[in-house]
Design a protein around this ligand. Structure first.
Ligand code: ADP
Ligand code: MG
Length: 731
């Protein structure tokens, strides 16, 4: 009898096992059994192509009558025409040229998906399909499968869905009863089938109801493993010792507060109080602080840092990029004023020093930073990954602040943590609002604080979409408006998606952006014709914005030039900055009141929201114009309208996440967690995640080492080590 660990070789023979390993990276029985069907084709529910209507989910039995592969820069489009005798249906696949090999003219198969209408033709884009093996009698093949429900699997070139189904059948035959994660009592309480039965039902359903329940059980397992892991982490944190850090009367915190040119908002005060209580405890704080750009997180984090300095320790702020680290360094040095100049003549003798440490510093600068960090003279240390270097030693690291958490994994948090003799307090900050379930999934080991309000005095930003194709004159009006803004003494940003005309791809594009771009103009074959900084800046300076001081800013300029340009803009010596998304982070010029974003459809929802957060930071009302050539009924237009219609970052992040794959939702650093999630969708499965959290916490509370549940304990341990190794892989 086989188990989940049995090599597939033993069950399926060498040839098939090698093919499965190549196609999907599967090694063991468990890998194959966790390759779940995406859907089932139900015999008797096949539709006539002539009767398909737009928007409907359909499965058709049809023959391939034409195949056409089109190639363009960076993408391919495979168009397949199928017919069932009654009518034609078009299938399209983006960037999957290999499917041409199996989707050959004359082959018959079942094709399933949502019917769309394009240029008046009915089409399925990226349909699931199941080809009838060559030479098989079609009727027999369709009716000949074991059950009534034909599983449709995610397939690969060498491995069509029907072949996977055959392998699964063989493997399931060799499986008797697999070790079970959950106790009988718990299974009864939840009303779930045993795991073995669930695996059988999901691959070979006896009814749609039982396969749905099986799927729920297996989805719940995924959520549960994560929640147990998180519950264990919380328990570990509670068991760790920490140094209690409290505010000294008349110390740095109180002098800092006296220096602040503004009053903290209610929200800031509340979060500061939470942090104060956390850090005064003798076990470490693990708190996530979320709040939009400009909500005042930095001030809150700085106060926490000063609390630690007050009590004789050091705080380290870990930033994801060099630019952000430098920006934090400048902001914090400025906010602290004389308090950051200990050891200098102008400085406050009882203050501290702020130290910057980044990878680009030269040996002398680095040595200087190391000395200050090692001696403890540097009370506040700001840096990039360079802070994680093994050779770096702190005098007394009491607080770790991680900015923009989801670019870092748990392990990186831990790497910095080990630099303290006693576990430090940890504060994680993020400007991307995180929906509740995502927070419970990724940050479930942290306490969460949220800054919902922006500091008073901010005026809301007004956002409009400019449809350039439909209303080209609106753009002329936009430049006039911008000129008026400058004449009133304000400044403006213009954002372009790329640096120069010769570039093939916009700057700072993520995989997600690329995927969206491809889908948006998948049907357009012409080369990307996006506005670039290098074209637009001179064009405006000589044309529509003649007489204004216009300067370009982008990532390919030297660090000195970028700095000088930003400096000049901050001092009001430049009226209009034409920039790429380099301005997304770290720019704070309250006098800037207007932003025009060219090719707005090229940016993600959250990115647009972050970008426009650069205006309306002062007393002046902000105006943001999103210029786009996207069609009125396109997804891109819907995204832009969403951004224009609300300033609620939580709402926008939900829209943004809805369009992303689970991998993107969980962030790059979470690949251990990600590869474990096959069925769970963090946005969709809220009730299941909550149930798993409850069950997971209870299990860990009553049996912290899970001694009574060895199968569960082993699976959780494996998840933990996968998460750890995904961190090691990335160095
Ligand atoms: P975040 O880090 O959340 O993006 P910051 O802490 O950088 O936000 O704050 C944004 C701007 O608002 C900064 O210029 C900061 O000095 C200012 N600020 C912060 N808190 C307040 C407040 N309570 N009242 C007025 N301005 C504030
Ligand atoms: Mg900030």
């Amino acid at each position: 009898m086989s188990t989940l660990e049995t090599p597939l070789k033993k069950e399926l023979g060498d040839r098939t096992a090698v093919a499965l390993a190549k196609a999907f990276g599967m090694e063991r029985v468990g890998d194959l059994l966790r390759h779940y069907p995406r859907r089932y084709v139900v015999r008797g529910e096949l539709s006539d192509i002539s009767e398909l209507r737009e928007g409907e989910e359909a499965t058709v039995l049809a023959e391939i009558s034409a195949v056409h592969l089109r190639r363009a820069t960076g993408r391919t489009i495979l168009e397949v025409v199928v017919t069932d005798g009654s009518a034609k249906l078009y299938l399209t696949f983006f960037n999957q040229p290999w499917r041409e090999k199996e989707l050959r003219v004359g082959r018959t198969g079942m094709f399933a998906g949502k019917v769309g209408l394009f240029n008046g033709k009915r089409q399925l884009s990226h349909p699931d399909y199941q080809l009838i093996p060559d030479g098989d009698d079609v009727d027999e093949a369709v009716s000949g499968f074991a059950g009534k429900f034909l599983p449709v699997y995610p397939s690969a070139s060498k491995f069509p869905s029907w072949k996977i189904a055959q392998c699964v059948e063989i493997v399931l035959d060799g499986v008797e009863e697999l070790p079970e994660y959950l106790s009988v009592e718990l299974l009864n309480e939840l009303g779930y089938p045993r795991m073995t039965q669930a695996l059988r039902e999901i691959h070979q359903p006896s009814s749609l109801e039982s396969s749905a329940l099986a799927r729920e059980r297996l989805t719940f397992d995924e959520a549960l493993l994560l929640q147990v892991l998180l519950a264990q982490r919380r328990a570990e944190y509670r068991a760790m010792p920490a140094i209690s850090r409290t505010i000294k009367p008349d110390g740095l915190v109180s002098r800092f507060e006296a220096l602040l040119p503004f009053k903290l908002t209610e929200g800031q005060l509340a979060v500061c109080a939470e942090i104060e209580i956390d850090m005064s405890a003798t076990h470490p704080m693990h708190r996530l602080l979320q709040g939009e750009v400009g909500s005042g997180k930095t001030v809150v984090a700085l106060r926490a840092a000063l609390t630690v300095v007050d009590s004789g320790g050091q705080a380290a702020l870990l930033a994801p990029t060099e630019v952000l680290a430098q920006q934090h360094f400048k902001t914090i040095t400025k906010l602290l004023g004389p308090l950051a100049q200990a050891g200098t003549l102008e400085g406050d003798a009882s203050g501290t020093q702020v130290v910057l440490l980044t990878g680009s510093m030269n040996a002398a600068q680095r040595r200087d930073a190391y000395v200050k960090i090692g001696s403890g003279d540097g009370g506040i240390v700001i840096g990039t990954h360079a802070l994680l270097t093994e050779a770096l030693a702190f005098h007394d690291l009491g607080l770790v602040i991680v900015d923009e958490q989801h670019r870092f994994g748990v392990e990186q948090r831990d790497a910095l943590r080990t630099k303290a003799q006693v576990p430090p307090h940890v504060l994680v900050m993020t400007a991307t609002p995180i929906p509740r379930t995502v927070a419970m999934t990724i940050f479930g080991d942290l306490q969460i604080s949220t800054l919902r309000e922006l500091p008073a005095g901010r005026t809301p930003i007004t956002t409009h979409v400019i449809p350039v194709l439909l209303k080209p004159h609106y753009l002329d009006r936009a430049w006039e408006r911008l000129r008026e803004e400058v004449e009133k003494g304000h400044q403006a940003y213009i954002v372009a998606a790329r640096i120069s005309a010769t570039e093939t791809e916009p700057e700072g594009m993520t995989d997600m952006d690329r995927a969206i771009a491809r889908l948006v103009d998948g049907e357009k074959e012409e080369k990307l014709s996006l506005t670039s900084v290098e074209e637009l800046a001179p064009e405006l300076a000589l044309g529509a914005l003649k007489g204004l001081r216009v300067a370009p800013l982008h990532g390919r300029q030297s660090a000195e030039l970028k700095d000088a340009t930003m400096q000049a803009f901050a001092e009001g010596k430049i009226d209009v900055l034409v920039a790429t998304t380099v301005i997304e982070v770290g720019v704070d010029v309250p006098n800037a009141s207007m932003m025009v974003i060219m090719d707005g459809d090229r940016f993600g929802v959250s990115q647009l929201h972050q970008l426009r957060g650069r205006v309306g930071r002062g007393e002046v009302p902000g105006l943001c114009l999103l210029v786009s050539a996207a069609a009125e009924d396109s997804d891109a237009k819907v995204r832009l309208s969403a951004v224009a219609s609300t300033l609620d970052g939580f709402e926008l992040s939900r829209i943004d996440l809805d369009q992303r794959s689970e991998g993107d939702v969980l962030g790059k650093a979470q690949s251990g967690v990600r590869s474990h999630l096959r069925l769970l969708k963090v946005l969709r499965d809220e009730p299941l995640i909550e149930k798993a959290r409850l069950v997971g916490s209870k299990l860990v509370d009553s049996d912290p080492t899970l001694a009574g549940m060895p199968t569960l304990a082993a699976a959780v341990a494996q998840l933990r080590s996968e998460e750890a190794s995904s961190f090691v892989d990335k160095g």
